[in-house]
Design a protein around this ligand. Structure first.
Ligand code: SF4
Length: 693
């Protein structure tokens, strides 16, 4: 093949928030990917990234809209005009009959910034509904709320990931990056090599294997552990008193609580030896540069905000936040987990990370949208509350789903599947027939990843251009086209819902201007030129803000705020009926609900089915053995999974990956108890029992 016929595009991986740099080559019909140098991945890709081109060849790729007129009828192929006309007609009818809140919208943390932005605008302007939220609520919301409380603004990593290489100590809480984002290990390996990596995880994961100190608390007790470590810091004279006095408020209230959590008491609750608690704090406090990083393991709890706040409290007490070479951050999970929570698909937000109940924010965004602020609905219910209300007297009777596979990924998934069945209309926009699309009334086939233009915001708040690299299959449209087609059929002027991603991005920039996540100085041209732009970027000549908080925190007065939080434990403790903790997570080969990675042959070959990790002593106790299929049951449902006996897990805990569908769905078990602030469900701990399948 002549070299000049080959097309190469520098882009980023379709999966997680590390957004590793890759080159997509479109050679005849055969696209391939290869890694390229980029600061977050440093030339690396994991197995998911290496095999990402398979997604572009998925044999069950949807290329025509599908529609069924009744729940019992099969989905049948239809043209785009028929599908969009049908959806618009049904939405019109519902809105006339029951009002705008009869229609709900559910977005995703993998959508590009442009899609997330236009989806929020579509819900508020074209539908007039308050009922919009997204699956990032299940991912980042506790860390986001805790960050805002402490620092006044939330950006996953308020520093470039590459800064971590100079750390002498890193405390990694509830993150198994060696499996979930392997190239990230390149950033923390130097600290590990210096003997400074501390990992908090109830499993001895591949990440924990590299740590100098592995703290293995019982699921749901991280908050107690953080309090114990703060107590140890005080008792062992490790506080940074000058920093606390000059840069923070509220330490005394925090200490009043932590004083009662001496490490030996914490050991009785968490199982973490007091000596290890003290050793971990000493490593952090005595390091020249140190970081505390949290992820879903510690965040996805009904006390998620308080738990993350407790880790931030420890970080502040040691004087680490907002100074060069040290800090606190959370590791965003989904590909656009950061940008997806900034531009208006969240129930309580408008673009630019503005609050929807802030009159000034409403006026600004309404002005950009060319509507009256009075027309914009107020805040709606959070993701689980929205899904739980579907089809009920006061809940939406129709749901539009973009970029999410709720049937597999929602907590208490069996119940949510029933709620979806009770709808009058379920519409999904997807590139394959995911488990959620399979139960929809209308399925709209859309472009994916390398087939379209768009921007993503990675885990360090850097905006990235993911340019179109390959030609999409005939018959599919972009999500922006879908929103345009529906909005115009609902009576909106065509110009208000552009289909060109760059045009949407420019509008997003104007809508975000002056907000915490200000993108107004970013353009596609600057991104094409390779500029490293971390928000806020408030002007076209602004260089971006790779490091936040060096001159002060975002609260008025510039001080960080300690949060007085106390340990309460899991929402569902174990008992004689359900005597084990279950926790869930990801494996190397799969991503989220598996709708993408389960379509990649190499990944399915390596990881084809659900499993349950069980300690050998626990397996004996419950009469199951390695390799057999077991039933794991909670009060909400039962899961089939193959037993893996491992000594790396606590005997009181079992672990299940959440990527598999049907009877292997880990989320059939999970507890939808919600955090009072973030409305995060308690994905990471529930009470279960174990038996032969
Ligand atoms: S899945 Fe994440 S870690 Fe793996 S290649 Fe993609 S962006 Fe990188």
């Amino acid at each position: 093949m002549p070299v000049d016929a080959r097309v190469e595009v520098d882009t980023h991986c379709p999966y997680c928030a590390l957004q590793c740099g890759m080159v997509v080559r479109d050679e005849r019909a055969e696209a391939t990917v290869a890694p390229r140098e980029f600061p977050t991945s440093r030339g690396g890709l994991c197995q998911k990234g290496w095999t990402a081109a398979s997604l572009l060849r998925a044999p069950d790729r949807l290329t025509t809209p599908l529609l069924r007129e009744s729940r019992d009828a099969p989905l049948r192929p239809v043209g785009w005009a028929e599908a969009l006309d049908y959806v618009a007609l049904r939405l019109h009818e519902l809105r006339d009959r029951l009002g705008p809140d009869a229609v709900g919208v559910f977005g995703g943390g993998g959508l590009t910034n442009e899609k997330a932005y236009l989806l929020g605008k579509f819900a508020r302007v074209a539908l007039g509904t308050s009922k919009i939220d997204y699956n990032g609520r299940f991912c980042m919301s506790s860390a986001a709320a805790a960050g805002i409380k402490a620092f006044g603004v939330d950006r996953g990593l308020p520093f470039p990931a590459s800064d971590l290489a100079d750390a002498d100590a890193i405390l990694l809480v509830g993150a198994n990056v060696a499996e979930t984002m392997p190239p990230f290990m390149r950033h923390i390996r130097p600290a590990a090599d210096r003997g400074g990596l501390i990992v908090v995880d109830p499993r001895r994961t591949a990440t924990a294997e590299t740590a100098a100190v592995h703290l293995q608390p019982a699921p749901g007790t991280d908050l107690a552990l953080a309090l114990g470590m703060l107590h140890a810091a005080v008792a062992d004279g490790l506080l940074d008193h000058q920093y606390i006095a000059e840069r923070t408020t509220g330490f005394d209230e925090v200490w009043r609580i932590a004083a009662a959590w001496w490490p030996e008491r914490v050991e009785r609750i968490t199982g973490v030896p007091a000596a290890d608690q003290r050793a971990a704090v000493a490593l952090l406090a005595k390091a020249r540069n140190a970081y505390v990083l949290t992820a879903r393991g510690t965040e996805q709890h009904a006390t998620g905000v308080a738990t993350v706040s407790a880790w931030i409290n420890l970080c502040l007490a040691l004087g680490l936040c907002g100074r060069p070479g040290s800090g606190f951050g959370c590791l965003t999970g989904q590909g656009n987990g950061q940008g997806g929570r900034e531009h208006g698909q969240k129930a309580d937000q408008l673009p630019g990370y503005r609050k929807i109940d802030d009159p000034a924010a409403r006026a600004h965004v309404a002005g950009v949208w060319g509507v009256s602020a009075d027309e914009l609905p107020g805040p709606g219910p959070s993701a689980y509350e929205l899904l739980d209300s579907l089809g009920t007297t006061d809940g939406p009777k129709a749901l539009l789903v973009f970029g999410s596979n709720i049937v597999v990924s929602a907590p208490r998934a069996g119940h949510i599947a029933e709620r979806l069945e009770s709808l009058e209309l379920l519409v999904t926009s997807d590139f394959v027939l995911s488990e959620t699309a399979a139960v929809a009334d209308v399925v709209l086939p859309v472009t994916q990843w390398a087939e379209e233009d768009g921007t993503m915001t990675n885990l360090e708040g850097r905006i990235l251009l993911r340019g179109k690299a390959v030609t999409p299959p005939i018959g599919v449209r972009t999500d922006l086209d879908v929103l345009h087609g529906l909005a115009t059929r609902l009576g909106q002027p065509a110009y208000r819902f552009p289909t060109d991603a760059e045009t949407v991005f420019d509008e997003l920039g104007r809508a975000s201007a002056g907000g915490p996540a200000d993108y107004s100085g970013i353009s596609y041209d600057r991104l094409r030129d390779g500029e490293a732009l971390h928000w806020p970027v408030p002007a076209a000549d602004h260089p971006g803000t790779p490091r936040l908080f060096l001159d002060g925190f975002a609260h008025p007065g510039g001080l960080a705020r300690f949060q007085a939080v106390d340990h309460t434990g899991p929402a569902e403790p174990t008992d004689t009926e359900f005597p084990l903790h279950a926790t869930t997570g990801r494996v190397l080969q799969h991503y989220q609900s598996g709708a993408q990675t389960r379509r990649v042959p190499a990944l399915m070959e390596a990881s084809p089915e659900a499993f349950v990790e069980v300690h050998p002593d626990t397996a004996r106790r419950f009469g199951v053995h390695d390799g057999q299929w077991a039933a794991v049951e909670s009060r909400r449902g039962a899961v089939q999974a193959r037993v893996r006996c491992v000594t790396t897990i606590r005997p009181d805990t079992v672990f299940l990956p959440f990527h598999f569908p049907g009877a292997q769905r880990a989320n059939l078990l999970t507890n939808p108890a919600l955090d009072p602030t973030s409305r995060m469900p308690e994905f990471k701990v529930c009470a279960v029992r174990l038996g032969a399948a």
